[in-house]
Design a protein around this ligand. Structure first.
Ligand SMILES: *[C@@H]1O[C@H](CO)[C@@H](O)[C@H](O)[C@H]1NC(C)=O
Ligand SMILES: *[C@@H]1O[C@H](CO)[C@@H](O)[C@H](O)[C@H]1NC(C)=O
Ligand SMILES: [Mg+2]
Length: 271
């Protein structure tokens, strides 16, 4: 049910309309052509209606997810597989991220760090700095339920690619004088080395700290865990100017930062 189908239909309709225009025939013939034209057009409209119904549903679904009205979901609806695929790889996902990053640049124009080296920015890692698109591509963009073992195997390869617009703003923030903290729920013991390597091989160098989940925080929800880490940063004197993540659990809870920036992620939900 791709966009091409709709485009082909539009071409067919135009062809039918144009080819029957200017035909001079008797009243009967004209009526016949009109009837044919009418049924072809209504059939085309039905097909367009059908495809856009599922597309329309998936657009609503994605909107509900991004606005945090949909919680605790484990998989994306099966009828949205192709829709989410189209969104993720068809260019809109990157455009959405670019627009959000533009907002960070605009916000940066209004603030300036103090001279005490305690001005901080927080970034999440998975699908904020590093993209897991290849992993989810093989799992029908989130139609398949999350599998922690499989994800661990993927993450330990260290093959996630940087999200380019995020890498850009990451450098900009360091340049301006912010201390960039990478805060991830990834397990430190099992994924520490691979994560450091992956960040370096994708150009994420120069950050102040990479904070991963140590054994004492195992089992805590992302929101509780990240709130606690942010509390510790605040106690150490850091001012968190901005907080960027693809999950609401990165951005909610306590000490969330002066501004939060939610990146899109229609593929999975982390509580
Ligand atoms: C469009 O889809 C809706 C919902 O399935 C249906 O009720 C309606 O009759 C359809 N319209 C046409 C022109 O096919
Ligand atoms: C936020 O702080 C309050 C008060 O200290 C605490 O009770 C609550 O659990 C905290 N919430 C989170 C998500 O950490
Ligand atoms: Mg994430």
């Amino acid at each position: 049910m791709g966009r091409w189908k709709r485009e082909v239909l539009v071409i067919i309709i135009l062809y039918l309309l144009i080819s029957t225009m200017g035909v001079t025939e008797g009243k009967k013939g004209r009526r016949n052509i009109n009837r044919k034209r009418h049924s072809a057009v209504s059939r085309a409209l039905e097909i367009i209606n059908g495809t856009s119904n599922s597309d329309a549903y998936c657009l609503s679904w994605r909107m509900a997810v991004e606005a945090n009205n949909m919680r605790g979901w484990r998989t994306i609806p099966i009828q949205c597989w192709r829709h989410v695929q189209g969104y993720m790889v068809g260019g809109q996902y990157s455009r959405d991220i670019s627009l959000i990053i533009d907002q960070i640049y605009a916000y940066l124009d209004t603030v300036s760090p103090f001279a005490d080296s305690l001005d901080a920015w927080i970034f999440d890692v998975d699908d904020t700095c590093l993209s897991n698109l290849f992993y989810y591509q093989a799992r029908r963009f989130g139609c398949d339920p999350y599998n922690p073992m499989e994800f661990k195997i993927w993450a330990s390869k260290g093959e996630s690619l940087a999200i380019p617009a995020v890498l850009e703003i990451f450098y900009r923030l360091i340049e301006v004088g912010f201390k960039v903290m990478l805060l991830t729920g990834r397990d430190e013991e099992t994924l520490g080395e691979a994560t450091v390597e992956n960040l370096v091989n994708q150009g994420f160098v120069g950050y102040e700290r990479l904070i991963m989940r140590s054994p004492e925080y195992r089992g805590l929800s992302a929101m509780m865990y990240k709130s606690e880490i942010r509390r510790q940063l605040m106690e150490q004197g850091y001012r968190v100017w901005g907080n960027v993540g693809d999950q609401w659990s990165d951005l909610q809870g306590n000490y969330t930062g002066d501004r939060t920036f939610k990146l899109p992620n229609p593929m999975y939900f982390v509580p």
